[in-house]
Design a protein around this ligand. Structure first.
Ligand code: A2P
Length: 338
């Protein structure tokens, strides 16, 4: 019988944790035993794993001895405190937070782009990239390898699920209230998100950019292993439940036409090209990405303002490929090691 793994999901009651559980079951990951962990508040409750239910345990009092693989998605401070404890107990930790992403001795892995990096994990921790970088890398890595990329200019249209379950509830609540002509009080976001767009993701940093914008800069360089690549990002939160969209303009080192880029992306792993110049002939969060695995690319156009410029529209489910799916794909890489 092939090896079975004792798998822990930390943050099992959250927006990402819930999807981690369903993807583990869907992809028939060789789970011998599944441990669902969350805060004391959820302990004793149940979460769905395939066609059965698993009782949630309190992370604070759980003994990680015997866990083979732990998928963490309970926020940075929980990862900082508990991931090293799980790793010390022998687990391989796959962490969805930004707690360790920028440490030199922590690999940052997109399964289609740099899977080999997952093997070198001196601290027993592998980091899962931020959702907006994840889908960008799946779409751009084939172009980077073929023609080189000197500069990326990106504006994102990020769904609220990236902020967690409370943000999904806030968008639903505000939408219903406004349709009934009632006033709304923002709680999760600094201003109303329903029927609005907010040019702010994460926290503001000293240089005027937000942490979500700087993640695109740092993580792109680390994943592609290219410190010279220039990234200019504007992150915008939009009233969409699931699926991030990105308007991407790149300057390649060698000329790559839109026709050649389209052909390249049509055979790229994890990518699906949807690019017909007719109404609906492009990917959107609702029509394509939400609930599905690929990174969709459309609106592939030569940049009329730059001889080596190319435009792309990149859409993916931020909770699936942007978080839970890639974490499970990393777990599959680990499980497949000799
Ligand atoms: P809980 O539901 O018990 O609060 P989201 O990003 O969707 O808000 O989900 C966050 C996840 O992280 C949830 O599963 C949440 O569990 C978990 N979490 C938050 N705080 C803690 C904590 N102190 N210990 C363990 N899990 C936590």
């Amino acid at each position: 019988m092939s090896k079975q793994f004792k798998v822990a999901v930390v943050g099992a009651t959250g927006a990402v944790g819930e999807v981690m559980l369903s993807i583990l079951a869907e992809r028939k990951f060789p789970v011998g035993e599944l441990v669902a962990l969350a805060s004391e508040r959820s302990a004793g409750g149940k979460v769905k794993f395939g066609n059965r239910e698993v009782v949630v345990q309190d992370l604070a009092t759980f003994d990680p001895t015997g866990i083979d693989i732990a998928l963490f998605s309970a926020g940075g401070s929980i990862s900082k405190e508990y991931a090293p404890k799980f790793a010390a107990a022998g687990a391989v930790v796959i962490d969805n937070s930004s707690a360790f992403r920028y440490d030199d001795d922590i690999p940052l892995v997109v399964s289609e782009v740099n899977p080999e990096a997952a093997r070198h994990r001196p601290r027993g921790i592998i980091a899962n990239p931020n959702c907006s970088t994840m889908q960008l890398m799946v779409a751009l890595a084939p172009i980077y390898r073929k023609a080189g990329i000197e500069r990326i200019n990106i504006a994102t249209y990020q769904s609220v699920s990236g902020t967690g379950r409370k943000a999904l509830e806030e968008l639903g609540r505000q939408t219903a209230a406004l349709l009934n002509f009632q006033a709304v009080e923002p709680a999760v976001y600094p201003v109303q998100i329903a029927f609005n767009v907010i040019p702010h993701g994460g926290d503001f940093t000293d240089n005027g950019y937000t942490t979500e914008e700087m993640k695109l800069v740092w993580e792109t360089r680390k994943i592609l292993g290219d410190e010279a690549i220039r990234v200019n990002a504007t992150v915008v939160r939009v009233p969409v439940f699931y699926g991030h969209s990105e308007a991407v303009n790149i300057e390649t080192r060698d000329k790559l036409s839109a026709v050649d880029a389209r052909a390249l992306l049509e055979t790229a792993p994890g990518v699906e090209v949807v690019d017909d110049p007719v109404g609906g002939g492009y990917p959107t969060p609702v029509t394509h990405a939400s609930g599905s695995d690929p990174v969709y690319v459309g609106r592939i156009r030569d940049d009329l303002s730059h001889p080596h410029g190319l435009n792309l529209w990149v859409v993916s489910d931020n909770i699936r490929k942007g978080a839970a799916l890639n974490a499970v794909q990393i777990a599959e890489l680990v499980a497949g090691e000799d």
